[in-house]
Ligand binder design. Structure first.
Ligand code: SF4
Length: 356
């Protein structure tokens, strides 16, 4: 039997379910649980303000987590869901880093991660040749699934000595893999329960309006009416597809963010306008995003990065010409998104002159 305070810290563990299984939905939305509901609502709202609420203890925290999940199922808004998942993910990471090994293992098992304890030979080899202490071995499939969402060399499979499909990682990397597994499982579960949204909205109508207002306020702080001097109609499909994902709260991989920034910068968009576009990213932090944009555009580094070519974008999986069936993209000579933009812009302006 797992201690209730431990389950309160990790309320997504399967063992925490028995604390909520006996409570009916109409009971949870009765006056008895008003405090729990308030906490759950504020928990979601706090993810837009990057603040951490005082820590609830025991059964109350398990119930509040469960209630927050019900709100998210009812809302089915990708931005709100990702903001909350990422907010929880960050506190999960700091808690796990200070836990004993057996607790980290318990959480890893609860998240369905395939891992094992490293043998002495692996530990010694890594310490001698690679200078890091192996904490656990993760099966490469679980490693790749989570690591693809994290930037940095420590999360590229190519940098590890694979042993029969197992990746030896230190504690920091293991914990980061767990936190991403949490986000993946959590968002998938909410998505899968989409069918329950309608019924739940009967109970949570007013509360979710409050949450959606906070989200709208947050986005409107950053949203610009249009994209400044640039002509968005002329954007190549790969850029349009990234922008659609960004607006829908999808967590973009590093290469997509890099491409978007270099492209928009080269066609004349100001760094402040680029920043506003990122406000809907689930992990948006103004200071960090501003720093990254300034770095890529050469304000900090002094090095202005080039916009990647179509060939490079294809290798990153960012080219969507086969999905959009765009005629320009099908041409053999279409090798660069900036060439696409230039030609399409000229064509659009000729078309508008001839129709005047
Ligand atoms: S062909 Fe080039 S411009 Fe067109 S979608 Fe692919 S990467 Fe973008």
């Amino acid at each position: 039997m797992i201690d209730i305070e431990l389950l309160a810290k990790y309320p997504f563990l399967p063992e925490a379910r028995e604390y909520v299984a006996s409570i009916r939905i109409d009971e949870l939305f009765s006056p008895i649980y008003e405090d729990v509901r308030d906490y759950a609502k504020n928990w979601i709202k706090s993810s837009f303000e990057n603040i951490h609420l005082p820590f609830l203890r025991g059964e109350d925290r398990i119930l509040a987590f469960y209630t927050a999940k019900l709100y998210l199922i009812a809302i089915q808004d990708p931005i709100v869901i990702q903001r909350f998942a990422n907010h929880f993910r960050d506190s999960l990471e700091s808690m796990l880093l200070s836990e004993e090994e057996n607790i980290v293992d318990l959480v890893a098992s609860g998240l369905g991660i395939d891992f094992r304890v490293a043998g002495e030979d692996i530990k010694r080899m890594n310490l001698e040749y690679r200078n890091y202490l192996v904490f656990r071995m993760i099966h490469f499939i679980d490693f790749v699934k989570s690591a693809s969402r994290i930037s940095g060399d420590a999360f590229r499979l190519i940098n590890y000595p694979l042993k029969d499909g197992w990746v030896p990682v230190n504690k920091e990397t293991f914990v980061k893999i767990l936190r991403e597994a949490f986000v993946r499982n959590f968002t998938r579960e909410i998505e899968e329960k989409r069918g329950d949204a309608k019924i739940l909205r009967r109970y949570v109508g007013n509360d979710i309006r409050e949450i959606l207002e906070i989200k709208d306020k947050f986005i409107s702080r950053y949203s610009s009416e249009e994209l400044g001097a640039v002509k968005s109609d002329a954007f190549p499909p790969c850029i349009k597809s990234i922008l659609v994902k960004l607006r829908n709260g999808v967590n973009l991989p590093h290469q997509a963010r890099f491409f978007l920034v270099t492209f928009l910068h080269r066609i004349g968009m100001s760094n402040e306008d680029i920043l506003k576009l990122f406000a809907t990213a689930p992990d948006f932090r103004e200071d960090m995003t501003r720093y990254q944009i300034q770095h890529i555009t050469g304000k900090i580094s002094g090095k202005e990065y080039e916009v990647p070519k179509c060939e490079t974008l294809r290798a990153y999986g960012l080219c969507v010409r086969d999905v959009y069936k765009d005629k320009l993209c099908q041409k053999d000579w279409m090798t660069h998104p900036l060439l696409y933009y230039k030609l399409k812009k000229e064509w659009l302006s000729k078309r508008s002159q001839s129709s005047e």
